[in-house]
Design a protein around this ligand. Structure first.
Ligand SMILES: Cc1cc2nc3c(=O)[nH]c(=O)nc-3n(C[C@H](O)[C@H](O)[C@H](O)COP(=O)(O)O)c2cc1C
Length: 204
């Protein structure tokens, strides 16, 4: 018997995928891409920094996402982080699909500019955004994990302090708990943005 096996585990064991999403809360990124006059935006909870030098950032895309088609066609995407005030847009970009013909930029009130280096929409509401050129694609189960080389970084200067830490008092970050529930870091304010809210075309 190992020295750690002195008492029964207090943890309850289940067979995956049950309880798989218990790893939340976490930050949900908002990803844009464009190709051939078309463009789109979606949410992605599965994203990660992968390397500092060179700077690499990865996003897991469901292969059926409309956005993913634009990423593969253009070899480019942009990753954004939005403040709690735009949790409605984070949820909406992940609840609506361009496959249904919706212009999510217009529907969610997302103003954009074209990227500095790449032809990707940059969301004005972001406090941080990366322009990414596709570096590699790895199939990971029911998603494709796309590794992007970060070629430009956009940020809101007032969102960060002199140590380059996010200033949560001025620009609260947002964490996602699952089940359409978002929380403002710091204040603990919560908002619930269910998919029905968007599908019924209620004001967002
Ligand atoms: C909170 C949240 C997180 C999500 N994370 C991911 C993700 O990491 N990868 C993914 O492919 N889809 C993710 N989705 C689902 C897509 O955002 C959703 O299917 C969206 O409608 C795709 O839009 P599109 O078809 O217009 O590209 C997430 C949705 C939500 C609400």
């Amino acid at each position: 018997m190992s020295v750690t096996d002195t008492a029964p585990s207090p943890l309850v064991v289940t067979a995956p995928p049950e309880r798989f999403f218990g790893y939340y809360p976490g930050t949900v990124a908002v990803v844009t891409a464009a190709h051939g006059g078309d463009r789109n935006v979606m949410s992605a909870g599965w994203h990660a920094a992968l390397s500092a030098d060179p700077p690499l950032y990865g996003v897991a895309f469901g292969r059926e996402r409309y956005t993913y088609g634009l990423v593969r066609a253009s070899n480019a995407f942009a990753v954004h982080f939005l403040p709690f005030e735009r949790a409605d847009a984070i949820a909406g970009a992940g609840s609506l699909s361009r496959h249904d013909g919706v212009d999510k930029f217009e529907r969610l009130g997302l103003a954009t500019s074209t990227g500095r280096v790449l032809d990707v929409p940059i969301l004005h509401d972001a406090y941080l955004a990366y322009e990414c050129r596709v570096d590699a694609v790895h199939t990971t189960g029911d998603h494709d994990f796309v590794v992007g080389s970060v070629v430009a970084v956009h940020h809101r200067p007032d969102a960060f302090d002199e140590r380059r830490l996010q200033d949560g008092a001025r620009v609260p970050g947002v964490v996602y708990y699952g089940r359409s529930t978002f929380e403002a870091l710091g204040s603990g304010a919560r908002g619930e943005f269910t998919p029905e809210r968007y599908r019924e075309r209620k004001p967002v």
